[in-house]
Design a protein around this ligand. Structure first.
Ligand code: FES
Ligand code: FES
Length: 177
C-alpha cells in the first residue's frame, strides 16, 4: 500500500450506501459504524443503539438480506450491499404483517429492542419460512429484551410465519385451479 492510498480511521471519505432501496452518498470517517451513519447521517433513527459491542441486537439491520449487528460493522464495509432498516417494513402508515403480529401479540413494552427483533425475524423468516416455534425460540435468543420475556415475541413471529405460509398455500392453490 502506498502513502496516497492509506486511509486513517479519522480521515473523511465518501461512501455510497444503498438503504431501503435508495442510494445515498455520505462523507464520513472510516472508523464510523453503520449504525451511527444510519442514525446520524441518514436520520434513520428506527435502528437503536444499546450495548455498542454486539451483545444486545438492538441495532440489527439486514445487509444483503441477512441480519447484521450494525454496531459491529463499519459503514464503509456496507458499500455495494443492500441495507434494510426497520423503516422499510411499513408501507406508509400501513404496518407490515410482522409489525402487526408484534402489536397483536403484545410482543413489546418499552419498544427499545423491537426494531432489532423485527429485523432479526424478517431476515430469519425470509430464509426459513417453514421455521418451527423451537427454531424461532433459538433465533430470538440472539437479541436481548429487558421488558417482555420472550414468549410473546416468539408467538408473534410464529403467527406471522403461519399466516405467510397459509397465504402462500392459498395463492398456489388458486393458481392450480
Ligand atoms: S447496539 Fe449493537 S448489539 Fe447492542
Ligand atoms: S420491550 Fe423493552 S427492552 Fe424489549
Amino acid at each position: 500500500m502506498t502513502d496516497d492510498t492509506f486511509t486513517t480511521p479519522r480521515e473523511p471519505q465518501l461512501i455510497a450506501l444503498n438503504v431501503n432501496g435508495e442510494q445515498h452518498e455520505v462523507i464520513t470517517e472510516a472508523r464510523r459504524t453503520l449504525v451511527d451513519v444510519l442514525r446520524h447521517e441518514l436520520r434513520l433513527t428506527g435502528t437503536h443503539v444499546g450495548c455498542e459491542h454486539g451483545i444486545c441486537g438492538a441495532c440489527t439491520v439486514l445487509v444483503d438480506d441477512r441480519p447484521v449487528r450494525a454496531c459491529l460493522m463499519f459503514a464503509a464495509q456496507a458499500e455495494g450491499a443492500r441495507i434494510r432498516t426497520v423503516e422499510s417494513l411499513a408501507d406508509g402508515s400501513r404496518l407490515s404483517d410482522l409489525q402487526r403480529a408484534f402489536s397483536e401479540h403484545h410482543a413489546l413494552q418499552c419498544g427499545f429492542c423491537t426494531p432489532g427483533f423485527l429485523m432479526l425475524a424478517e431476515g430469519f423468516l425470509a430464509e426459513r419460512p417453514e421455521a418451527t416455534k423451537e427454531e424461532i425460540r433459538e433465533v430470538v435468543a440472539a437479541n436481548m429484551c429487558r421488558c417482555t420475556g420472550y414468549q410473546t415475541i416468539v408467538e408473534a413471529i410464529d403467527a406471522c410465519a403461519t399466516a405467510r405460509r397459509r397465504a402462500c398455500a392459498q395463492a398456489c392453490h388458486s393458481k392450480e385451479n
